[in-house]
Design a protein around this ligand. Structure first.
Ligand SMILES: Cc1cc2nc3c(=O)[nH]c(=O)nc-3n(C[C@H](O)[C@H](O)[C@H](O)COP(=O)(O)O)c2cc1C
Length: 393
């Protein structure tokens, strides 16, 4: 069923997931901006890419706890204070006809590190770093990264609850998509990969045990997030290292996540080891999206070195994935969908302010129809009791 409909699809066709319609299949991939103070967003965040006409504009990795930030300057959603400034950004994105999505994250053993343009490795406490860097096992990413503490069961439970609380806040802020960040060597991926997870309890060892933390996070978020709204999970489909996490495990995981109410797997790769070698090139991760889509029967997003309209259209049109996520190309060209649609001779809406520059057949932007999901968001009054911070899972 999935495959049949996608074979016919084009890049700028709408995509419906649960009760939400995306105007097209060009999604902005999450990108850290390292530009927050106390996790709060500011005017730097996101607006341009909505003007550019992406179907989904996703935030950067947004920390569910302060110690789950990658750098001290990461975006966060660990307190109610984060909701109002996010709401303002979300409102703008929806007015532009793009759906606003939020990526929920915990950096695990890669936390408390420098933002890229200020060097590498751990940030000392004197410069805003922190001591409580947590991971499945006490193994640092590299020698220059913080030595993490192995999480206790209570610690895991608190993080799962923090994901649920963050999902609730994302809902309050008006986001309509959540993506759980389970990739790139951050906390959830650290549990998945036998290279970073060397626990001997029921969170380590077997596939079932290593995937437990992610399954618990998914369940907690799904229960705190409206039933009619989409939930995505980003994974690293492979560690690119013998003996690590691999595509076969990703397919098995995707099958389980479908059962737990995940709608799309965003298929990235790598990040768990500093020196893993992988064949970076045009569309190099797209085969993962295709295999997972075919074998787990779930919607997938393709990401990684997708830059040209013809390449993106081909991926969608041949049913390799259901959406394209682009990161760096959106930094180079925030209005990529506008020029890509023109090149592909497909239709995309333009901001009314820009219509005089648009091709003759362009139509004016229509804000996202929030009413369709309103009642379901209003019903979500609270985090389910079992995920409130003082209850036991
Ligand atoms: C500046 C920058 C920041 C990024 N931050 C995140 C992030 O917060 N979360 C995430 O899942 N991926 C992040 N990524 C990875 C991208 O989402 C994407 O997967 C990767 O860049 C490959 O896509 P591309 O070839 O289109 O750039 C980041 C990439 C860049 C360039």
């Amino acid at each position: 069923m999935l495959r049949e409909s996608a074979r016919m699809a084009h890049l700028f066709d709408p995509l419906t997931i649960r009760d939400l319609e995306f105007a097209n299949r060009v999604f902005v991939s999450p990108m850290c901006q390292y530009s927050s103070t106390d996790g709060l967003p500011n005017d730097w965040h996101l607006g341009t890419r909505a003007v550019g006409g992406a179907g989904l504009v996703m935030t950067e990795a947004t920390a569910v706890l302060p110690e789950g930030r990658i750098s001290p300057q990461d975006l966060g959603i660990w307190s109610d204070d984060h909701v109002e400034p996010l709401r303002r950004i979300v409102r703008f994105i929806h007015e532009q006809g793009s759906v606003a999505g939020l990526q929920l994250a915990h950096a695990g053993r890669k936390a408390s590190t420098r933002r890229p343009w200020e060097g590498h490795g751990a940030v000392p406490e004197s410069e805003g770093g922190w001591k409580n860097v947590m991971a499945p096992s006490a193994i640092p990413f590299t020698e220059s990264y913080p030595m993490p503490q192995a999480l206790t069961r209570d610690g895991i439970r608190e993080i799962v609850a923090a994901f649920a609380a963050a999902a609730r806040r994302a809902c309050d802020a008006g986001f309509r998509v959540i993506e759980i960040h389970g990739a790139h060597g951050y906390l959830i991926h650290e549990f998945l990969s036998p290279l970073s997870n060397q626990r001997h309890d029921d969170y380590g060892g077997s596939f079932e045990n290593r995937t437990r933390m992610l399954r618990e996070v998914v369940q907690a978020v799904r229960e705190s997030w409206p039933k009619s709204a989409p939930l995505f999970v980003r994974i690293s489909a492979t560690d690119w290292v013998e003996g690590g996490w691999d595509l076969e495990q990703s397919i098995a995981l995707a099958r389980e996540l479908t059962q737990l109410g995940v709608d799309m797997i965003d298929c990235s790769s790598g990040g768990s080891l500093p020196h893993a070698k992988f064949p970076v090139g045009a569309g190099y991760q797209t085969p993962f999206a295709q295999r997972i889509r075919e074998e787990a029967d779930i919607l997938t997003g393709a990401v990684g070195m997708i830059t040209s309209p013809a390449q993106a259209e081909h991926i969608i049109n041949t049913g390799q994935a259901d959406a394209i996520l682009m990161a760096r190309e959106f930094l180079r060209e925030p209005y990529w969908p506008l020029s890509a649609a023109r090149e592909l001779r497909q239709s995309v809406s333009w901001p009314v302010q820009y219509l005089r520059a648009a091709p003759g057949d362009a139509h004016a932007r229509v804000p996202v129809d929030l009413d369709r999901l309103k009642s379901c968001f209003e019903e979500q009054h609270a985090i389910p009791e079992r995920y409130s911070s003082n209850s036991v899972l």
